[in-house]
Design a protein around this ligand. Structure first.
Ligand SMILES: *Cc1c(COP(=O)(O)O)cnc(C)c1O
Length: 406
């Protein structure tokens, strides 16, 4: 069977809406278009019932109760609400916050904003395998620590932080624990109770739902977490997030959550097998190539590979029929190497020469085969033209040669 081009292998950036999700959403655009806050007629009740159902669906996916779900516009907003909202609410208890260098910008930037406002932020450095350990967190805690924000799994390298362990320490020390679980929820089993999580961010468009909708889980018992809202208005969502609810989007997120929960075990096994096949074949056929981040504890859909002596952007051009992301994708206008890879202690040259493959629900074996051939061909061709690769093959250490000066 011929493969349809281009091939999408950037599921960590976004996913297509599952057709079953779209079908669930459609009636809410035109027929059941009511405002979920309209209490006086059936249009409003219908919308409210749909939102309630979605609340149950996402709560079930993460082991929460439906009252603990606050709808937002996505993970960027959820992270901002969690971090700024908790910092403001608990600032009289202390002003120290802990996060990590390889967090998503939607966590780093709110923390940097708080730094400007007088909070003290510790940015933990992951180890070379890209993991933040519970021991590392324990060591960084101070008497004035009020909030710890650490992602469950990393979007660029797929590595998994020691989440149940970190949650346990936060509980013992009575510190609010937020996790950006955008890449985790819907792909891996999630239980906020077992993991000791107080605040959790997730986004629909990373789990086959629509863009522009997400939620923040806010714990209601042991402890009851309170947040200062980001905006003032009608007092929707227990006063934490005013604004008319995006009913269609929310219905989509609920449907997406239910499908993920039902199909997770099977789906992740299938995707993991494809990812492993892609990785094994590429590593076997190309020298000077390595996988970034802890290999054995990783999201099943993610593979981040460095190809020494080739430049990521050139490689992206060489395999342009495959949509992946390069080590500098997050600041795609610039050619800065990925700060995530750099935080692991990976040198600029290798960080520059890396690609992130994100596989997903609609990835096929044929697409994986095509990607393997394309990457092997592309890297080989670029290396044939690379003076650095030539030097390396002649036994000269190319790390003594400066990049970007040719
Ligand atoms: C995609 C992503 C975000 C941003 O989510 P949006 O819903 O697009 O705002 C935040 N954190 C992580 C880890 C992500 O992968």
């Amino acid at each position: 069977m011929a493969v349809k081009l281009p091939i999408y292998m950037d599921y960590n950036a976004t996913t297509p809406v599952d057709p079953r999700v779209l079908e669930a959403m459609l009636p809410y655009f035109t027929q059941m278009f009511g405002n979920a806050a309209s209490r006086n007629h059936s249009f409003g009740w219908e919308a409210e019932a749909a939102v309630d159902k979605a609340r149950e669906q996402v709560a079930a996916l993460i082991g929460a109760s439906e009252k603990e779900i606050i709808w937002t516009s996505g993970s960027t907003e959820s992270n901002n609400l969690a971090i700024k909202g908790a910092a403001d609410m608990y600032k009289d208890k202390g002003r120290h916050i802990i996060t990590a260098l390889h967090e998503h910008k939607a966590v780093l930037d709110p923390c940097k904003r708080l730094q400007k406002e007088g909070f003290d932020v510790t940015f933990l450095q992951p180890d070379r395998s890209g993991v933040i350990t519970a021991a590392q967190v324990a060591e960084a805690i101070r008497p004035d620590t009020i909030l710890i924000s650490l992602m469950w799994a990393n979007n660029e390298i797929g590595t998994i932080n020691e989440i149940p362990g970190i949650g346990k320490i936060c509980k013992e020390k009575d510190i609010i624990f937020h996790t950006d679980a955008t890449q985790w929820v819907g792909k891996m089993p999630t239980d906020v109770e077992e993991a000791g999580i107080d605040l959790l961010s997730a986004s629909a468009h990373k789990m086959y739902g629509p863009k522009g909708v997400g939620f923040l889980y806010v714990r209601r018992r042991k402890p009851r977490v309170r947040l200062t809202p980001l905006f003032d208005g009608g007092g929707h969502e227990r006063g934490m997030r005013s604004g008319t609810l995006n009913v269609t989007g929310i219905v989509g997120m609920g449907a997406a959550a239910e499908i993920c929960q039902r199909e997770m075990a099977q789906e992740s096994a299938r995707i993991r097998a494809m990812r492993d096949r892609l990785e094994t074949a590429i590593l076997a056929r190309l020298d000077a190539t390595r996988v970034n981040g802890q290999v054995d504890r990783r999201l099943p859909q993610t593979s981040n590979i460095s190809f020494a002596y080739v430049e990521g952007e050139s490689l992206m051009m060489a395999i342009k029929e495959i949509a992946v992301s390069s080590g500098s994708a997050c600041t795609s206008a610039s050619l800065e190497p990925s700060y995530v890879l750099k935080s692991l202690g990976i040198g600029d040259d290798l960080a520059h020469s890396s690609l992130r493959f994100g596989l997903g629900r609609f990835t096929t074996d044929e697409e994986v085969d095509y990607a393997i051939e394309s990457v092997v061909r592309g890297v080989s061709r670029l290396r044939e033209m690379s003076p650095l690769y030539e030097l390396a093959m002649e036994g000269i250490d190319p790390s003594t040669v400066e990049w970007g000066k040719h």
